[in-house]
Design a protein around this ligand. Structure first.
Ligand code: ATP
Length: 983
C-alpha cells in the first residue's frame, strides 16, 4: 500500500468512526507535511467517493478552530468540482478575466486544491450564486439532502452545537458573519446610491465629507484589477470595541489600502460616486459600521477606487476586523461593527501610534541615517513598503487635518502589556547607534540559488551567476519579504535567507529591517524579533519558543505571558530574523530532527529550530535568516523559499560611505582628502567592496589625516591592519597583542568569534582591548561576552599568532595557506582571511610591519617562517591550481610586497586562464588585472560564470595583454564579439 492509500485508509476510518478530533490531528499532520498537495488531492478525486470525501475533509477542517481554514473549508465544501468546471463563467471569475489565479480551469478539481490556492472565497460565493440560477443541475446540488454538503443553515447549526472556549466561538461567529455579509453583498446589485445612503441613514451624518469624497472620486482613477490575487486570506481583529453607540448595523464598503498604518490619509481619493451605487463586483473593500462619521472617514487610508455601503447583520461582534489580501482585487476588507468613537482615530495595522515616516528635506537620502527616508533603507521604495496603492504624498497630504494626523495611540487594540512591549521593541530598534555604525549606504540584494558543488555529491553551494543573470531585488525589502508569497500557501511559514561573506553587511541589513519596522514601514508585521544567533544559549537542556523570542538582553523589558500568547495567536504577523545563522552551524541536521506537529513543544534549541524550519513551530511566520554561506550550512538553506545575497559596495558606494563616515565622525573637513587617499590606492578601493574593509580604511585615513597632510594609505590589507593596530600595540600592557592574537586563533579554530571575560590573559589585557575597540560587547549577549570587532580583525590577529608563535611547527605552516588540496585537511580555513595576512606579515619588511606591532626583536622569529613559506610557494605551480586557489595565491603574492615572490607567481601563470564558475569579486579582478599586466605576456581568459561586474570585465578585456576571452555578455557590451579576439 502506498503512502497515499495509507493516509486515505486512516482518514476513512477516522471519519466513519466519528472521531473528528483525530481527523483534525491527522489533517494537521498532512498539512504540515505538505501532503495535502496537488498530487494527493488529485489522487483523492480519483477515488470513487473522492468528492464526498473531499467535502468531509473540508468540513472537518472547519472544526479545526482555525477561522481561515474553517471559512475556506465551508465555502468549498459546497462547490463540487464537476459543477464548477461546467460553469461557463468558471474561468472568468475575476470579472475582467485578468486575474491569473482565478483561472481555475486547468486545476484538477475542487476542495483541497482550492484550499491550497489563492482563490478568493468571495469570488467563490459569486460562483455559487451563479450556479444557483444557472440551471437545475446546479440547483439540485444544493437542494438534495447531501449529508456531505454543508450549507449555510447547517453551518449555523454546527455553530450552535459547537462547544469550546470563548475564542473559538468568537472565531466561528465571525465566519458566520462573513457569510452573511457575502450573501448580502450579492443582493446589493443594482442598489442605487440613494437607496444605499438612505438605507444606512447616513445622509446628514456624512454630509460634507461625502461631497468632498464624491468630488474627489470623480477625479480619481479606478484602480486596475490586479494581475495576481493576494495569496492570503487574513482574518484579523484590529480593534477592541470603541465607545460611541452604533446607530445601524451597516457596513460601508469601499476601498482600503494596506496602509492603515498611515495617519489619516486623504479621503478625496476614495470615492467613486458611480461605482458606489452600481458596483457588482467588489474591488477593495472596507466594511465599516454605519454611520461612518466624517472624522472616521477622514482617518481611513483609502486608495483610489470605489466604495460600497451595504447593509449587514447585527450579530457581528463589536470590533474592527481586517481581512487583507482577500483576493479578486481586494487588497483588504475591513469590517467594523461596534460603537463608534466621536474622536478622529486612526486604526493601524500594528495598533501603534502612527508617526509620519521621518522625512529628510533632500530626498532620496536622509541626512540622518536613523531618521530614514525610504531611500535610506536597504532597497526599500517607500510605496512598496507601505503598500500605498498609487497614492503619492501630494495626493494625500493636503487634506490631512492636524486632528487627522493624530497618532492612533488612543485606539485600544491590544492589551496594555502587548502595547507596551511593542512600543519598547520599536524604541529599541529605533535607537540610533552613535558614529559610523549609524551610517547606512543602500546596497543591492540579489537573488541567488544553490547548486550541486559536484556532479556526484549531494553537497550544495551558492551558484555563481553571470552578471546578466543577476536579479537584484528591485522592489527592495518589500520584494525580499514577498519573494515567497507565490510559493507558499496562506498561513505557511516563509523562510528567506540573506547570505553574504563576512563583513558584507548582513547584520547591518537585518538591523535596517527592524528599524524599518520600528519606523512603521512594515505594517504587515505586528512584531519583529531580530535575534543574533551567537547569543542563543545552546547549552541548556530546555529551550522553548519564549526563550528564543525573549532572550534576556535582547528584549527591552521583561515579557509577560499575555504578550507571548498574543504572538502565538497571530504568527503570520511575526517577522523573526535569525541573524548570523552560521553561528548555529553545529546544529546542522536540525532540519531532520524530530519535531512532529503532534509531538509536544520542542524542548531544545535544536528541536525548536527544526520546528521553525519544518514550518511547524510559530507556523505562518516569516523567518528571515542571515548567514555566511559556508560548509554544511548550505544544505540547511536548501529548504529556504527564497535566497538573496548582500551585494557589497560598488566603488561609488564605497566613496559615499567615506563621505558619510567623515560627516558622522564630525570631521567633514577631511572628506575630500580621505576620498583622494582611497582613490590613490586602487587595491584598497577594490577591497572596499566589503563594508568592513571600507570602514577600516576610513578609520586609518582618519588617524593619518589627523597627523598631517602627508598621509598615504598602504597598498595592502596587511598594511591597513598594521596601520590600525600599531598605535594600539604601542600603549598595550606587555604581551597584550600577542595574547589577544592567540585567543583569536584558538577561538577561530573552533569557529568562534566571541569570548568570555575569563578567557583574556588578564583583566588588564581585556580593558585595553575594549578601550582600543579591538573587542566589543556582543549585540544581545550577556554583558560579560565580547567579540572581535570584525571577523577580518580576528583573521588578522589569528595570522599574527601564526607568524609569531613558536608552537607552530615549520612543516605545518604551509597548510595554513590552504592552497593545496589535502585529502584530510587538518585545518579548514574557517578564518578565511588568514592566508593572505600570514604571507603579508611574514614577508613585508619588518620595520613597517611585524616590527611595528611587536618590536623588531620579537619579529625576528618570523625570519624562519619566511624561509619555509618561500620554499613552499616557489614550489607551487600556479598552472595546476584550481581557479579559487590561484586567486588566493595572487592575493598572497600581492600582500607579500616581495618582488621575487610576485615575479615567481607571474612567471608560473598559464597563458590560458579559466575562471569558469569561480566567483570574481572586485578585489579578485583587481589583483588578476595587476598580475596579467605585470606578467608581460599575452593571455586568454575564460570569464564565464564568474559574476564579474561590467567594470571589472572592462578592465580585464581592456588590458592589451588579454588577447582572447570567452563569451561574457554584459549589458551595454553588445559591441564585444561573442568570442573575444583582441589582437
Ligand atoms: N549598507 C551599509 N552601510 C553602511 N555601513 C555598512 C553597511 N553594511 C555594512 N556596514 C558596516 O560594515 C560592517 C560590517 O557589517 P556587518 O556586521 O553587517 O557584516 P556581516 O555581513 O553581518 O558580517 P559577519 O558575517 O561577520 O557577521 C559594520 O561596521 C557595518 O556598520
Amino acid at each position: 500500500m502506498n503512502h497515499f492509500q495509507t493516509i486515505l485508509t486512516q482518514v476513512r476510518m477516522l471519519l466513519s468512526s466519528h472521531r473528528p478530533s483525530q481527523v483534525q490531528a491527522l489533517l494537521d499532520n498532512l498539512l504540515a507535511e505538505e501532503l495535502l498537495s496537488r498530487e494527493y488531492h488529485y489522487a483523492l478525486l480519483q477515488e470513487p467517493d473522492g468528492e464526498a470525501l473531499a467535502r468531509k475533509i473540508s468540513l472537518t477542517l472547519m472544526e479545526k478552530g482555525d477561522p481561515e481554514l474553517a471559512l475556506l473549508g465551508w465555502v468549498w465544501s459546497g462547490l463540487p468540482t464537476s459543477a464548477a468546471e461546467k460553469d461557463p463563467g468558471y474561468k472568468d471569475l475575476g470579472g475582467s478575466g485578468q486575474c491569473a489565479t482565478m483561472e481555475l480551469g486547468p486545476i484538477e478539481g475542487g476542495y483541497l486544491e482550492l484550499l491550497n490556492s489563492n482563490a478568493d472565497p468571495l469570488q467563490l460565493y459569486h460562483l455559487c450564486d451563479r450556479m444557483d440560477v444557472a440551471g437545475e443541475e446546479e440547483t439540485e446540488l444544493y437542494s438534495e439532502p447531501d449529508t456531505d454538503t454543508i450549507n449555510c443553515e447547517q453551518f449555523s447549526r454546527l455553530l450552535c452545537a459547537m462547544e469550546g472556549d470563548e475564542e473559538t466561538k468568537e472565531a466561528y461567529a465571525n465566519i458566520a458573519e462573513l457569510d452573511q455579509y457575502v450573501f448580502q453583498d450579492s443582493q446589493l446589485e443594482g442598489l442605487s446610491k440613494d437607496i444605499f445612503i438612505e438605507h444606512i441613514g447616513l445622509e446628514e451624518m456624512i454630509g460634507e465629507s461625502v461631497e468632498v469624497l464624491e468630488e474627489a472620486g470623480q477625479k480619481s482613477q479606478k484602480r486596475p484589477f490586479p494581475e495576481e490575487l493576494p495569496a492570503d486570506l487574513k482574518h484579523r481583529k484590529l480593534a477592541e470595541p470603541l465607545t460611541m453607540p452604533m446607530v445601524t448595523d451597516t457596513f460601508l464598503v469601499g476601498p482600503v489600502s494596506d496602509s492603515l498604518a498611515q495617519p489619516c490619509p486623504a479621503p478625496p481619493a476614495l470615492f467613486n460616486k458611480e461605482s458606489a451605487s452600481s458596483q457588482t463586483r467588489l474591488e477593495d473593500t472596507v466594511l465599516m459600521p454605519g454611520p461612518p462619521s466624517s472624522s472616521l472617514l477622514s482617518c481611513f487610508s483609502l486608495p483610489a477606487g470605489s466604495i460600497q455601503i451595504i447593509p449587514t447583520v447585527s450579530t457581528l461582534p463589536q470590533g474592527l476586523w481586517q481581512i487583507s489580501g482577500a483576493g479578486a482585487g481586494l487588497s483588504s476588507i475591513v469590517i467594523y461593527r461596534g460603537e463608534m468613537p466621536q474622536a478622529s482615530q486612526t486604526p493601524t495595522s500594528s495598533g501603534q501610534p502612527v508617526h509620519n515616516f521621518p522625512k529628510s528635506p533632500d530626498r532620496p537620502g536622509s541626512t540622518s541615517p536613523f531618521a530614514p527616508s525610504a531611500a535610506d533603507l536597504p532597497s526599500m521604495p517607500e510605496p512598496a513598503l507601505t503598500s500605498r496603492a498609487n497614492l503619492t504624498e501630494d495626493e494625500t497630504s493636503p487634506t490631512q487635518s492636524p486632528a487627522a494626523l493624530k497618532p492612533s495611540s488612543q485606539l485600544p487594540r491590544w492589551p496594555e502589556s502587548v502595547e507596551q512591549f511593542c512600543r519598547s521593541l520599536r524604541d529599541k530598534y529605533q535607537a540610533k547607534p552613535a558614529g559610523p555604525e549609524g551610517i547606512l549606504v543602500e546596497v543591492d540584494l540579489v537573488r541567488v540559488r544553490l547548486e550541486r558543488s559536484s556532479s556526484k555529491g549531494q553537497e550544495r553551494e551558492l551558484a555563481t551567476l553571470d552578471w546578466t543573470e543577476r536579479q537584484p531585488a528591485r522592489g527592495g525589502l518589500a520584494e525580499v519579504l514577498l519573494a515567497t508569497s507565490d510559493r507558499r500557501r496562506p498561513r505557511e511559514t516563509r523562510v528567506i535567507a540573506v547570505l553574504g561573506k563576512a563583513g558584507q553587511g548582513k547584520s547591518h541589513w537585518a538591523q535596517a529591517v527592524s528599524w524599518a519596522w520600528a519606523c512603521g514601514q512594515l505594517p504587515q508585521y505586528d512584531f519583529v524579533f531580530c535575534i543574533p544567533c551567537h547569543c542563543l544559549d545552546r547549552r541548556g537542556d530546555t529551550y522553548l519558543l519564549q526563550d528564543l523570542l525573549f532572550s534576556p538582553g535582547l528584549q527591552p523589558r521583561p515579557v509577560e505571558d499575555e504578550v507571548f500568547s498574543y504572538i502565538l495567536r497571530r504568527p503570520d504577523r511575526i517577522l523573526l530574523i535569525l541573524d548570523a545563522f552560521e553561528e548555529l552551524e553545529t546544529q546542522d541536521g536540525f532540519l531532520h530532527s524530530a519535531c512532529g506537529p503532534g509531538s509536544a513543544e520542542p524542548r531544545s534549541l535544536r528541536g525548536l529550530l527544526a520546528g521553525l524550519f519544518q514550518r511547524k513551530v510559530l507556523r505562518g511566520c516569516t523567518l528571515l535568516l542571515t548567514a555566511r554561506p559556508r560548509g554544511r550550512l548550505a544544505q540547511s538553506l536548501s529548504k529556504a523559499d527564497a535566497m538573496f545575497e548582500v551585494a557589497g559596495f560598488s566603488a561609488q558606494q564605497a566613496e559615499t560611505y567615506v563621505l558619510r563616515y567623515f560627516e558622522a565622525s564630525g570631521a567633514a573637513e577631511h572628506q575630500k582628502r580621505a576620498l583622494a587617499l582611497l582613490q590613490a590606492q586602487p587595491s584598497l578601493l577594490s577591497h572596499s567592496h566589503s563594508p568592513t574593509v571600507c570602514r577600516a580604511v576610513c578609520q586609518l585615513s582618519e588617524a593619518l589625516l589627523e597627523l598631517g597632510d602627508e598621509a598615504e594609505l598602504p597598498s595592502t590589507l596587511t598594511g591597513l591592519y598594521v596601520g590600525l593596530l600599531g598605535p594600539a600595540a604601542h600603549d598595550s600592557p606587555p604581551g597584550a597583542l600577542v595574547g589577544l592574537a592567540r585567543l583569536a586563533w584558538d577561538l577561530g579554530r573552533r569557529h568562534h568569534s566571541s569570548l568570555r571575560e575569563d578567557q583574556f590573559p588578564s583583566a588588564e589585557v581585556r580593558a585595553w582591548a575594549v578601550a582600543r575597540g579591538l573587542v566589543q560587547p556582543t549585540r544581545g549577549g550577556p554583558e560579560t561576552e565580547l567579540a572581535f570587532s570584525s571577523f577580518l580583525l580576528q583573521c588578522f590577529l589569528g595570522a599574527l599568532w601564526l607568524a609569531l608563535s613558536s608552537e607552530i611547527k615549520d612543516k605545518e605552516l604551509p597548510q595554513y595557506l590552504a592552497l593545496t588540496p589535502r585529502k584530510k585537511r587538518p585545518y579548514d580555513n574557517w578564518l578565511e582571511g588568514v592566508p593572505r595576512f600570514l604571507v603579508g606579515l611574514v614577508f613585508q619588511p619588518r620595520p613597517r610591519c611585524l616590527g611595528a606591532l611587536v618590536g623588531l626583536a620579537a619579529a625576528t622569529s618570523a625570519d624562519r617562517k619566511q624561509k619555509v613559506l618561500t620554499r613552499y610557494l616557489k614550489r607551487l605551480q600556479p598552472g595546476t591550481l584550481q581557479a579559487g586557489r590561484l586567486l588566493e595565491l595572487l592575493h598572497c603574492a600581492h600582500e607579500a610586497l616581495d618582488a621575487g615572490l610576485w615575479q615567481h607567481v607571474l612567471h608560473g601563470l598559464p597563458a590560458r586562464l579559466s575562471f569558469l564558475g569561480a566567483r570574481l569579486s572586485p578585489p579578485d579582478t583587481y589583483v588578476l588585472g595587476s598580475a596579467l599586466e605585470a606578467a608581460g605576456r599575452n593571455f586568454s581568459l575564460d570569464l564565464r560564470s564568474t559574476g564579474i561586474d561590467p567594470t571589472g570585465l572592462g578592465t580585464l578585456v581592456g588590458l592589451s595583454c588579454v588577447t582572447h576571452f570567452s563569451p561574457v555578455i554584459v549589458p551595454g557590451s553588445e559591441a564585444l564579439p561573442p568570442q573575444g579576439h583582441l589582437e
